[in-house]
Design a protein around this ligand. Structure first.
Ligand SMILES: Nc1nc2c(c(=O)[nH]1)N(C=O)[C@@H](CNc1ccc(C(=O)N[C@@H](CCC(=O)O)C(=O)O)cc1)CN2
Ligand SMILES: Nc1nc2c(ncn2[C@@H]2O[C@H](COP(=O)(O)OP(=O)(O)OP(=O)(O)O)[C@@H](O)[C@H]2O)c(=O)[nH]1
Ligand SMILES: [Mg+2]
Length: 480
């Protein structure tokens, strides 16, 4: 328990309709006494006149007292709900912090106290940070499941099982000299741990989806210079994000815009038109375009067919830079490469641009001699808007498939953060070592299980993570 009391504005930017000032710590009660004249009845919203130390009026508002330890921080908590003016809030905080033991809170300090007082674990703290940062429905849904302790329960269950397994193994030390007793125990133990291994593995597969919810489904817009890439980005974003001119080679850097498509953040990157160039700046842009393409979850390959076959030859060259396993497979068929399958494996959509203009070759064009007749997935016009809805619908579908939220989303908790996934991977690696090595002496086996449990403990914050706490809690805003 902390000796000092912290106070902060916990609601959003001022001015606002109503502002909430929270106080947590041993002096929370006295703050109410000083500002309201008396402590209002516990856990009840009470209308009071707030006054400063000199008796000057601050505001008339609602005050609440939550006695610890059954509170959000685990300490006594006081709340002042004021009118959201800057001077009103400043006067209230000033009056609260005149008490010697009370100071302004640092970013994340309320949540940190909740963690330190055992009210929440680290996954819940991280879930709260993600909940506050959530901008799309998908992010919201995943963060709620972390913030409300769903992940915590899962990991605590796993830790419990590891502890039990270790206890059984350690108990078997005593029988080690008596022949087959130890062996029998070891077999059952290995089977139990193997069960855990497959659960952690399945959980980690879902983690990739968490990553998409957190950082977005990445879509690279690529094509030859002048194909209409920047025009597409602008049309999708509905604003002039990128410069558009008739000069090929206009875009040199990567330009991003994020759209919320069906609850998933979709990050579109407009890139430099890919071509050989002696222009130094453009060459760097082309290199960046290739990098963006290689990292994308989905590539939109744009072709302006109005000049006939020339751009299509470059298009073939361009696709060779998409480093998707499906494309690298030597025996991948045209079907695999471009049409793919509907189940989220499809990574490229081919798009004919400037569909408002007549194309000499029509929708079906020859595509070099390696591949057969080529049919574009979409024909669009950034100018008239033709085809854009169909294209965004398809992208939304693919993003939902990648994030695992198709059909209304998942109720399963998934780890959203790299920190969490790294620790889970580490735990998995240690447990695989245990399972794959049935001849390990019991002492070493028990030590291996202990290391795995410790790694899981770092996930929930049960085990030595001092170094990490500052990093995690500093992401919060003041007042949280
Ligand atoms: N006004 C206000 N609204 C808020 C918060 C707050 O601090 N103040 N919260 C800030 O994050 C969130 C609510 N979180 C809370 C979590 C636990 C407890 C709490 O007192 N828990 C006790 C008692 C539960 C009960 O009454 O059933 C407990 O769990 O033991 C309160 C708020 C969102 N809304
Ligand atoms: N008629 C018509 N013209 C278009 C359309 N989309 C783009 N253009 C024109 O095509 C030219 C090139 O468009 P951009 O969007 O700058 O092409 P880009 O692919 O970004 O080009 P770079 O950045 O140079 O690689 C501009 O003159 C646009 O006005 C379209 O749908 N219809
Ligand atoms: Mg451009």
């Amino acid at each position: 328990m902390h000796a000092d009391t912290i106070a902060a504005l916990s609601s959003g930017a001022l001015p606002s309709g109503v502002a909430v000032v929270r106080v947590s710590g041993p002096d929370a009660r006295s703050a109410l006494e000083r500002l309201c004249g008396s402590v209002p009845p516990e856990r009840r919203a009470s209308l009071r006149a707030f006054r400063d130390a000199a008796g000057g009026p601050i505001d008339r508002g609602i005050a609440i007292f939550f006695p610890g330890p059954e509170t959000v921080t685990g300490e006594d908590v006081a709340e002042f709900h004021l009118h959201g003016g800057r001077a009103v809030v400043a006067a209230c905080l000033e009056a609260i912090t005149t008490s010697v033991g009370t100071r302004l809170a640092e970013a994340g300090e309320f949540t940190r106290r909740a963690f330190e007082n055992g009210r929440i674990d680290l996954t819940e703290a991280e879930g709260l940070a993600d909940l506050i940062a959530a901008e799309t429905e998908g992010q919201h849904r995943a963060a709620v499941l972390q913030a409300n302790g769903t992940l915590r329960k899962l990991y605590e269950g796993w830790m419990q099982r590891l502890t039990e397994a270790r206890a059984r193994l350690e108990a078997s030390f005593d029988f080690a000299d008596e022949g087959d007793v130890g062996e029998d125990v070891a077999d059952r133990l290995t089977a139990d741990v193997a069960g855990l291994v497959s659960e952690i593995r399945a959980h980690l597969v879902r983690a990739d989806r968490g990553e998409i919810l957190r950082s977005g489904f990445k879509v690279a817009i690529v094509g030859a210079p002048n194909a209409g890439k920047s025009s597409l980005l602008n049309a999708l974003a509905d604003r002039e994000v990128a410069i558009v001119t008739e000069v090929p080679g206009t875009t040199r850097d990567v330009i991003e815009a994020t759209l919320d498509l069906g609850g998933i953040p979709v990050r579109f990157s407009d890139t430099a038109g890919i071509r050989e160039t002696s222009d130094k700046v453009e060459a760097i842009g082309v290199e960046r375009a290739r990098e963006v393409m290689a990292k994308a979850d989905l590539v939109l390959a744009l072709v302006d067919t109005q000049h006939g076959h020339g751009p299509l030859a470059r298009f073939t060259e361009l696709l060779s830079h998409v480093k998707h396993p499906m494309l690298l497979a030597a025996d991948a068929s045209h079907q695999d490469l471009v049409e793919g399958t509907a189940k989220g494996r499809r990574r490229i959509l081919t798009v004919r641009t400037k569909a408002d203009r007549p194309a000499p070759s029509g929708l079906v064009a020859r595509f070099g001699n390696e591949w057969n007749d080529f049919r574009f997935d979409f024909a669009i016009s950034a100018k008239t808007g033709e085809g854009l809805d169909a294209l965004t619908d398809r992208i939304a579908e693919l993003a939902a498939a990648a994030a695992g939220t198709e059909g209304g989303g998942t109720s399963e908790a998934i780890p959203l953060r790299t920190r969490q996934r790294d620790l889970l991977n580490e735990t998995l690696r240690i447990l695989e070592e245990f399972v794959g090595n049935s001849t390990l002496p019991a002492e070493i086996g028990a030590e291996t299980l202990r290391r795995a449990a410790d790694t899981l403990g770092r996930l929930t914050g049960k085990v030595g993570i001092e170094d990490l706490l500052d990093v995690i809690f500093s992401e919060f805003c003041i007042g949280k």
